[in-house]
Design a protein around this ligand. Structure first.
Ligand SMILES: *[C@@H]1O[C@H](CO)[C@@H](O)[C@H](O)[C@H]1NC(C)=O
Ligand SMILES: *[C@@H]1O[C@H](CO)[C@@H](O)[C@H](O)[C@H]1NC(C)=O
Ligand SMILES: *[C@@H]1O[C@H](CO)[C@@H](O)[C@H](O)[C@H]1NC(C)=O
Ligand SMILES: [Zn+2]
Ligand SMILES: [Zn+2]
Length: 610
């Protein structure tokens, strides 16, 4: 995890990147036609000729914002690298299959090492290492790998950033289309394949091993290639990174002349190495901050291999103020939103089917006051994320144990009579709805969202404490709900800290889920098969919608739209199609817990007397 300071710093860097990128855009017109001699020289970055050092990363006339001015340069064009990769906006591509890597496991492929003011480069033996598969068109011969890094003050220096996050370092494994010379490769839009590995700094981890061997050989920059006796394989350096998870886009070399000839692969998982070993790059070479700022996408698409887990797209909204309002959610990438098992629905009580097997739930740690890890404003909801593998739900007709991940809220507006629940009952919409989301304990989240019963959501309607509409406003509920104001007040106090979208704050108040639910009757509920109610709307949810609403003070309810900064965050009702809605036996005239106890006591007494 990055610290606050690092986060701020990378924000600053991104702002700087923005300026330098804009500047280089402006240089486009001055781009010259390249004489082939210069082209050969410019290949210094990828082949073993000595490069003319007429450019730099900082402190010379041709720093990145001016690379476009260099003669023969493509650096101001439209298909440049590196880029920021936003996993919310990448497209999954089934053609991006597994790589075939030849001699990546051989410890005898490194021929020499060259350290100059731009990088540390390991040059490979000719025609030994190859890359194919991974959606590449044909086979590529690997010629070298090299590194990009930041500086001694732990300033990160990867070239690609992920959602704006810059990793400490990046490794590039460079391959030319098999049979091509470097000159031919830079003229083909797919002439070069670069495999990019982000490098993450860890506190622990092996201080010996391949990365120690490699970094022990680092010296001050001389610009000469020197033979090295490094008996490590590329696989040794890659370690346990999952090579089936990667991003793909068409880009350029990231050093002048920035030829637009590169098929880029950026692996999703970083290589984790000890931070002391990372520090050897700036410290032992004296070379710092050798990375190019991120470049504009200019309409390019970034793809992900099918194995890459992706977050749902955040470009959706509930109103008409974005491209993806609810009726267009189905055109989002990977969307299930047009399926026939969608949520929420209107529950028509006289069409429900009573099911005797829908018994009581078993809750684990619902009474624990320390299970909420943090609270966040997602831009669509306020979500409380729980500590992993702590809270569980089972029973209630569910066939598996589910571990609870988070709960969140849907609401309407700040109006006194606002209605913002997702489910409706006989067309009646409640003021708010709370969703407690759990995934099958035996499945990973990735697998759970693909399984028809992978998720279980418990939905609770919320209505004001002083409402007279409650069907079960018996005397004992009125009194307990007043004393329930405490936990909701504690919870809504946190909304003050998350008024910015995507902000989050660690939760330290002592509140259990039971505290929030209060004395609501959890024996009477509806059950149906449905979906997530936000994109990608995966049809993986066993829904439980409790009949009795949770009571919350109406002034506290108002804080959700007021402080989160948006209103009416509920999806419109979806068609039931051929689905059944089941209901527990104790349905409409559900006895309160005390009544139930009495009833059980009577039954017990009765059967005892039999
Ligand atoms: C694959 O590469 C070959 C040879 O370079 C080229 O002729 C062909 O058009 C490429 N195919 C695709 C789908 O890009
Ligand atoms: C990076 O390293 C930190 C510290 O060891 C770790 O907490 C984090 O999970 C790592 N990030 C990734 C993406 O592996
Ligand atoms: C949900 O789907 C499963 C599998 O298709 C089915 O067995 C079950 O009866 C369904 N539940 C409801 C409430 O319709
Ligand atoms: Zn590079
Ligand atoms: Zn929800």
């Amino acid at each position: 995890m990055i610290s606050c300071c690092e986060g701020n710093r990378s924000l600053v860097v991104n702002l700087l990147n923005f300026w330098s990128t804009s500047y280089s855009e402006g240089c486009k017109d001055r781009k010259m036609h390249l004489p082939s001699l210069l082209l050969c020289l410019s290949l210094g970055a990828i082949v073993k000729y000595a490069a003319a050092s007429d450019w730099c990363y900082t402190g010379c006339d041709h720093s990145p914002g001016h690379w476009g001015d260099l003669s023969g340069s493509h650096c101001g064009e439209n298909r440049q690298s590196p880029i920021n990769i936003d996993p919310h906006n990448v497209h999954s591509d089934p053609k991006l299959g597994n790589f075939n890597l030849t001699n990546f496991d051989s410890p005898n492929t490194i021929k020499s090492m060259k350290i100059d003011s731009h990088t540390v480069k390991l040059i490979l033996e000719d025609n030994e290492v190859e890359v194919s598969g991974g959606g590449l068109n044909g086979t590529y011969s690997t010629i070298q790998f090299h590194f990009h890094w930041g500086n001694k003050e732990h300033h990160p220096g990867s070239e690609h950033t992920i959602e704006g996050h810059r990793y400490p370092m990046e490794m590039h494994i460079v391959s030319l289309k098999k049979g091509y010379t470097a000159e031919q490769a830079v003229k083909d839009s797919e002439g070069i394949a670069v495999l990019g590995f982000l490098i993450n700094a860890t506190e622990d981890g092996n201080m010996s091993g391949p990365w120690d061997m490699l970094t022990s050989n680092l010296t001050g920059a001389t610009g000469n290639a020197v033979d090295v006796n490094l008996t490590i394989s590329i696989d040794d350096l890659i370690g346990d990174v999952n090579l089936t998870k990667f991003y793909r886009y068409m880009g350029s070399l990231t050093t002048p002349n920035c030829n637009e000839a590169v098929v880029w692969t950026v692996f999703q998982e970083p290589i984790n190495i000890n931070k002391e070993l990372i520090q050897r790059f700036p410290t032992k070479t004296g070379v710092t901050d050798v990375y190019r700022p991120v470049q504009k996408l200019n309409g390019r698409k970034v793809y992900a291999s099918p194995a890459t887990p992706l977050p749902p797209s955040h470009s959706f909204c509930y109103d008409d103020h974005c491209a993806y309002s609810p009726s267009h959610w189905s055109s989002l990438p990977l969307s299930h939103c047009a399926g026939e098992r969608q949520s929420p629905i209107d529950i028509v009580t006289n069409s429900t089917v009573t099911d005797d097997t829908l018994g009581a739930f078993t809750y684990k740690k619902f009474d624990d006051k320390h299970t909420i890890k943090y609270i966040t404003n997602t831009g669509h909801a306020v979500k409380c994320v729980l500590k992993e593998d702590t809270v569980e739900v089972s029973g209630g007709g569910l066939e598996h144990v589910y571990s609870t991940l988070q709960f969140h809220f849907h609401w309407g507006s700040t109006a006194a009579d606002s209605k913002g629940s997702e489910h409706t009952v006989d067309n009646m919409r409640y003021p708010m709805e709370m969703h407690i989301v759990s995934k099958r304990k035996d499945l990973s989240l990735e697998d759970a969202v693909e399984a028809p019963d992978g998720l279980a959501v418990l939905g609770f309607f919320i209505e004001p404490t002083d409402s007279t509409k409650s069907s079960s406003s018996s005397g004992n509920h009125e009194t307990t709900s007043t004393s329930d104001k405490g936990p909701w007040e504690k919870l809504t106090n946190y909304l003050l800290f998350i008024t910015n979208i995507n902000s989050r704050v660690d939760f330290t108040e002592e509140i259990s889920i039971d505290d929030l639910l209060g004395s609501v009757n959890r024996e009477a509920y509806y059950r149906y098969n449905g979906s997530l109610t936000t994109p990608s709307c995966n049809e993986a949810v066993i829904w439980t919608v409790f009949q009795e609403p949770v009571k919350v003070d109406k002034d506290l309810m108002k804080l959700f739209p007021t402080l989160a900064g948006y209103t009416n965050v509920f999806r419109p009702r979806q068609n039931l199609h051929s689905r059944a809605v089941l209901v527990t036996k104790s349905a409409s005239s559900a006895p309160g817990p005390i009544m139930l106890l009495l009833l059980l006591a009577c039954l017990g007494a009765f059967s005892f007397h039999l």
